[in-house]
Design a protein. Sequence first.
Lengths: 448, 323
Amino acid sequence: MTVVRKLMLLLALAIFLSLPFGAAFAQDVMDPATFGLDASKPYDGTHLKFLICCSTAAQFASAAAKGDEEFTAMTGISVSWGDLPFGSFQEQLYLEATNPNTEFDIVAFVDAWGTNIYDFLHPLNDFVEEAGIDWNDYGPAYQGAATGNSDTIYGLPFRGHPLLLHYRADVLEAVGMEPPATWQDVSAISQAIVDSGMDITPIAMQYGLNVDQNLFNWYSHLWGAGTDIFDENWEPSFNNEAGLAATEQYMSYLRDGYSAEASVAWNEQEANTELVQGRAAMFVGWWWMASRMSTSDIAEVAENAAFAPAPGWEGGDIASYGYLWPVGILKQSDSLDAALEYLKWLTHPITERRIVLDEEFVNNVAVRLSILADPEVNEFHNGLLEIASAVLANARTIPLIPEYTEIIPVLAEAINELATDPMADTQAVLDLAAEDVRFVMQAAGYYD
Amino acid sequence: MRKKRWVPWVLVGPALLIIVLTTIYPLLAALYFSFHKYKLRSPPQFAIQIGDGGISIDWSLLTLDNYALAFNDSRFINSLQVTFWFTVISVALSVIIGLGIAVIVQKGGKLHTLTKVLLIFPFAVSPALKGYSWRFMLNENYGIYDLLIDSLVVKPINFLLSIVNALPFAEIPLVSESIVWLGDKFWALFMLAMSETWGWAPLIALMFVGALGSIDEQIFEAARIDGANRLQIFFRVTLPLLRPVILIVTMLKTIFSLKMFDQVVTMTGGGPVRATQTINYYIHQVGFVRGLDIGYASAQSYILVVILTVCAVLYVSLVLNRD
């Protein structure tokens, strides 16, 4: 027997042996029982509308494609995803959620926005219990964000982001420094980069006003320094001594020249672009942006892309914002049971795992602790999910009260004012913002 | 034959119905909402209630609180100021630049005709896209406008200043080459107005080209015979004759400037701080993004309507008196 024949026989044998396993795997994800779906297709022909933005994002595109192919085949339920631009998503969400005649059944929402539509969302506590969903598979920050820190589950965690430090390994190596564990380390490393004379900005920050993204890292500073937006009596506390120290540290990257002057107008995408295009050495932002750096067209950036947990506070807490998009069902939906079937499938660990391992739509966003700890998933994403898991262990939520959407612009404007006016007195600006915040809370009856 | 009176009503009926549904109803509804505490996140309680017993009115639910709040809201007052300055800058720039373009391209010839055709394109660009484009083009690292301004304006000025500074005792500071256009309160508002001018000036130019073409050439000929030079002809003949068109264009542009919204969202986000928060932007934030306070947003809208009405009446009467 020639060598070629032997090889062909071996190949045929291998294909033959692999068939049952392949079929079994295919059967798993096409078997309603795998996801706890009703095999009798009681909702056959039902069409669901899902209000969400940015459906071309890899995670969403992967889920939508799999839904069309697999979920619909198993249940007969078809689902159409909205594709709003992020900029108009919040407004559309509110208008649809409060519309008694809305055509939408399912909605995804940013945690802070959800507070305004809780009354319009179907509580999911019973569903979670009946469907056997492991609620403890979500970290405390995500549980808090999905419930508004109450006992009612308004949505299931669907898309969640911890804050990571994105950095250039070669730059830090050149100055002989380890990745910063604290914000104070960030300053020290930044100074070392400046002193080294390297033609690169130490850190790209986002102090601009667009979509209030200048608050994300400020929260980490506040919490790290030991204070919060409110004290236990809902009085503003971000302007106390710790808040002042946190804010001074947060503004120091700009004032000390570590972040470019233009960062006073940057949003997170623009700040991240500085890193991706090789003009900055560090950036602290959501983990979904990690692939932008590791796939940068600039080889020097892509080859030296490295990630670490977001910094904490020297001698203080390590805490950052765990940003969640839960997915819930509107009370107005005429197809509640079909929508629940869809949530079962969409948020199932098998679906989540397959999405995060999808080679066609590369995406690292997962929310379940079991997926974040999954060795195969971590190998696929170079350990990124383990880093995220460490961050999420200390992650927190912002105040989940309806009034907070009115307070966010007050805080974002204060930060922006401190950034754009070098002569601004930090304490005075914070005090003024605190007065405005108090006004909102007073009007809402918090101090009666 | 007897004229059928109902025929005109049937013909205009569909159009009237659409106007009532899309304009009159929202206007009246907004006025009604403005006298109520009405936030989207909770079921509204309106004064007029329709029940089994017919229509009843609960007067206690009507309130002027929303109007009172507006006059104590520093953000609302700020938005009025921002809108005023935005309107002044954008109207002035659009009309002056539009007129300048019109004077240049009004002559005949294929090149001028092609230019006139191309002039309509900036106006055709959607306002939201305009905002994104301008934000991108003003980026200090890869923005073409930033590069142009630095190369054509800042560097030549600094070159001249450095020559002056070479003189004894001369110490004039150089112009910064790193102005963060959207990070400075004045420049952000100015650039927002420029983005608007970029779209409007060419359209206004086309309107002026039409007006210039309708002026009898004999008038210019007579002025030349009387010894007037080009500048005198422009300021003493052309401009006065264009006055009706300038008035129309200014009014049209003012109305559109007061409605500025899209570019604020995509270009500046209302910042820096509150420097570009126009009224429409702020009302939208209050009603649909932040407090979901439809009652308060409606009241703000009606205050704007009153201010606009007063301005329009004053403006028109002033113009008519002058005529």
